[in-house]
Design a binder for this molecule. Structure first.
Ligand SMILES: O=C(O)C1=C[C@@H](OP(=O)(O)O)[C@@H](O)[C@H](O)C1
Ligand SMILES: C=C(OP(=O)(O)O)C(=O)O
Length: 409
């Protein structure tokens, strides 16, 4: 599906949008619920990634296909490996078969798991024969993906002696590890995280507990970008959000102050308002703690004629697509000068954007969603726009609610 996008006729937007639960919190909560069935969950994500996780958890033998969902791939690997009697082949999209999983597989094998590669060493698909994992200590590299660490932490309370992890190297995407520990604490598990050591105590039963998933902050990023590009006075209310979030992407409320956007919290809601138009020429951010908002920020800067130097992006090449290469290609179509290296992206300020551009999305929801707000500055097309369903199926409808003109071509 190719969409043609144009700006709302009124760039002083006053609207409210309800976003569903965080996909990261959802997939963690679902796994915990499979281990401790008296957990109840509210405000689940309606994303494809949440759906494949839910379906995957119901399967005990045969093939489990998690499509593009990184969290489902990593979390289910740990889950099936620790479940005696379950025998599955865990696979995913062709891109998923290029996303590395060796660090997690080796850590699980060290704990006693039976996992074999079906095609390429180090990558899905993998065959898992569930076993009781008897070991309780393991060390693993922490600089490739925090999802390997979260996967181990999620099954940790169900292991007889809990788990002690030693993290090697610089730890990436730290807030996602803290989110996992935060959810474990919410169900009554004792945890500690000091320097490069994490411990999780075992837990046999829990009281009936309801986990209320906060709405998705990565999805909220696109509204920060929209407000930043609208007229002063624009206000968009988003729900359900809170100031003390488990999600690291909530750093958006600080970052977007640089773009004149203020955040006010109410009861379960936040209002983003465009407060001023005085913008710096260029901004610098280290996004190693919030990699999923890199695309949003780069496109906001392009739209506002600002430059940016974004660092800490070493994980972007192994996400849904190589996001550094994809960003360079797509930003350049508008005439921008963009440089990338293994962990950073530099965009030079550009005053006039080329028009008539069609954005390629590379099976990456965030390529489509990040470029949507740019329609406020220049009409554009988005190819394969249905990719947004990976995390945010209602995205284009919500943009229509704001007044964007969106037509299928
Ligand atoms: O644990 C999670 O829910 C996630 C962790 C991050 O991945 P990495 O740790 O691989 O950077 C993030 O990019 C992803 O969207 C979700
Ligand atoms: C990287 C992402 O997802 P995952 O790794 O879970 O596929 C994302 O949603 O931006």
């Amino acid at each position: 599906m190719r969409l043609q996008l144009s700006a709302p006729s009124n760039k002083n937007i006053q609207k409210a949008i309800q976003i569903t639960g965080s996909k990261s919190e959802t997939n963690r909560s679902l796994l915990l619920q499979a281990l401790f069935p008296n957990i109840k969950i509210k405000n689940l994500s309606n994303s494809d990634d949440g759906e494949v996780m839910q379906k995957g958890l119901l399967i005990s033998e045969g093939e489990v296909d998690i499509h593009h969902a990184g969290t489902a791939m990593r979390f289910l690997t740990a889950y099936f490996a620790s479940q005696p009697g379950k025998e599955v082949v865990l696979t995913g999209s062709s891109r998923m078969q290029e996303r590395p999983i060796q660090v997690l597989v080796e850590a699980l094998q060290a704990l006693g798991a039976d996992i074999r590669y079906m095609k390429n060493e180090g990558y899905p698909p993998i065959k898992i024969s569930g076993k009781k994992l008897k070991q309780s200590k393991v060390s693993l590299p922490a600089n490739i993906s925090s999802q390997y660490i979260s996967a181990l932490l999620l099954i940790a309370p169900s292991l007889k002696n809990g788990l002690e992890l030693e993290l090697i190297g610089k730890i990436t995407s730290v807030p996602y590890i803290k989110m996992t520990l935060g959810l474990l604490e919410q169900i009554g598990v004792s945890t500690s995280f000091n320097d490069n050591k994490i411990t999780v105590e075992p837990l046999e039963n829990i009281e009936e507990t309801t986990l209320v998933v906060e709405s998705d902050w990565s999805s909220a990023s696109y509204f920060y970008s929209i407000v930043a590009m609208c007229e002063v006075g624009t206000k968009i209310q988003l729900s359900s959000y809170k100031q003390n979030s488990l999600q690291g992407d909530s750093v958006l409320s600080k970052i977007y102050q640089d773009f004149g956007v203020e955040t006010q919290y109410g009861k379960n809601t936040m209002v983003l308002s465009k407060a001023n138009d005085s913008l710096p020429n260029t901004v610098n951010y280290d996004l190693s703690n919030a990699p999923d908002i890199a695309q949003t920020i780069a496109v906001t800067c392009l739209g506002l004629g600002m430059g940016c130097h974004l660092t800490g992006l070493h994980t972007l090449p192994i996400k849904e697509t190589d996001r550094l290469a994809a960003l360079r290609t797509e930003l350049s179509k508008f005439g921008a000068k963009v440089e990338i290296d293994a962990e950073s992206l530099t965009l030079r300020p550009l005053s006039t954007l080329n028009s008539g551009i069609a954005i390629d999305t590379y099976n990456d929801h965030r390529m489509a969603m990040a470029f949507g707000p740019l329609a406020l500055k220049v009409g554009l097309m988005v190819n394969d726009a249905g990719v947004v369903s990976k995390s945010y199926p209602d995205y284009w409808n919500d943009l229509k609610t704001l007044g964007f003109e969106i037509q299928e071509m």
